[in-house]
Design a protein. Structure first.
Length: 333
């Protein structure tokens, strides 16, 4: 049984370039928020937290009560904690700078407080995703432009899966490590050090109901997977789709696989469903740190230059050889 707590783990990482006591403190604050979120989710109907809130977020999606509760918990744990200059969230139209009179820190945090929220009312795993950037040098109030940095500038990223147990996976740019929450103590313990995603796989995750809307190269790739052992791939593939990115990607972090939410022509104004800043960037950073790969189908996600806070991107991530194949098919056209 491991005894390394998240706090002590962070202390040990202080030798790494770019890791500061302030960054470690911000991650501890985020861990506390996720512990509270885990409690709220576990109480479910008993706490009256399920169902719709009756509002919409900036992207026109209906907000659940828990979307708002979890967003508030993330803000409460971090905004006044002295480590951030501002926050941005999938659930907030605008950035949230540290209010006047409160201590400003050097970091910017972006998060999806409740990923996979369509699963919440049916008691299936959901998650929280966060991405931490350093505020660029500058004076005056923090601006949206300060947040618009490519994913390769992230100093840390993590996700938490609220499943049968609550798991945090974290990277500080030195590999990816997994922690399990001891709910009674409220402490995360290191339980899965140095996660490694196998290069090859026989498992894929995609919402197949969109197949007719994909580009032809994506249709070709998946059709070949479905041909099985007698087809060009000469092996049988298995499919899994939880519809919570954190849960689908966590399975891949554990045993390999490929996760795709590709570009589709259903709504040409949206280049994919997932959000670059809150979902694709942090998950790509973690995936690469575990030896996996992540692209839009045409470009490494971490190299995409963001143009707006809530922008969407196609996502292909997981076992490196499989991601390379999908990307190769896209680049042929
Ligand atoms: P959300 O942040 O509003 O929950 O949306 C993102 C989720 C991802 O977790 C998941 O991969 C995807 O949406 C599921 O989409 P679909 O409904 O097409 O299965
Ligand atoms: Mg999400």
């Amino acid at each position: 049984m491991t005894t390394l707590t998240l706090s002590r783990y962070l202390q040990q990482k202080l030798d790494l370039p770019g890791v500061t006591p302030e960054l470690c403190e911000l991650i501890r604050q985020t861990g506390d928020a996720c512990h509270r979120i885990s409690d709220a989710i576990a109480k479910g109907a008993l706490a009256g937290v399920l169902g719709q809130a009756g509002s919409e977020n900036v992207q026109g999606e209906e907000q659940k009560k828990l979307d708002i509760i979890t967003n508030d918990l993330m803000i409460a744990a971090t905004l006044g904690g002295g480590c951030v200059a501002g926050l941005a969230s999938e659930e907030m139209d605008e950035i949230l700078p540290v209010p006047d009179g409160m201590k400003e820190g050097r970091y910017l945090m972006l998060f999806d407080p409740l990923d996979g929220s369509s699963n919440i009312d049916v008691n299936i795993s959901v998650g929280t995703i966060f991405s931490i950037l350093e505020r660029p040098d500058g004076q005056g109030p923090v601006t949206e432009q300060d947040f618009l940095q490519p994913g390769n500038q992230q100093v840390a990223a993590g996700y938490v899966v609220y499943g049968p147990s609550t798991l945090l996976v974290l990277t500080l740019g030195d590999g990816a490590d997994g922690f399990t929450l001891d709910r009674e103590q409220g402490v995360f313990y290191l339980t899965a050090p140095n996660l490694q995603v196998p290069k090859d796989t026989k498992e894929f995750a995609i919402n197949m109901s969109n197949m007719r809307h994909w580009e032809l190269n994506m249709q070709r790739y998946v059709r070949e997977l479905l041909e099985g052992i007698t087809g060009v791939r000469e092996k049988d593939f298995n499919m899994r789709w939880v519809a919570s990115m954190v849960a689908d990607v966590h399975r891949i972090m554990t045993r390999g696989g490929i996760f795709m939410y590709p570009y589709d022509l259903k709504d040409p104004s949206k280049p994919g469903k997932l959000r670059l800043m809150y979902e694709a960037n942090p998950m790509s950073f973690i995936m690469e740190q575990a030896g996996g790969a992540s692209t839009t189908g045409r470009q490494r996600i971490l190299d995409v230059t963001p143009t707006s806070l809530h922008q969407r991107v196609p996502v292909v991530m997981g076992s490196a050889n499989e991601v390379e194949r999908v990307t190769g098919y896209h680049l042929e056209t």
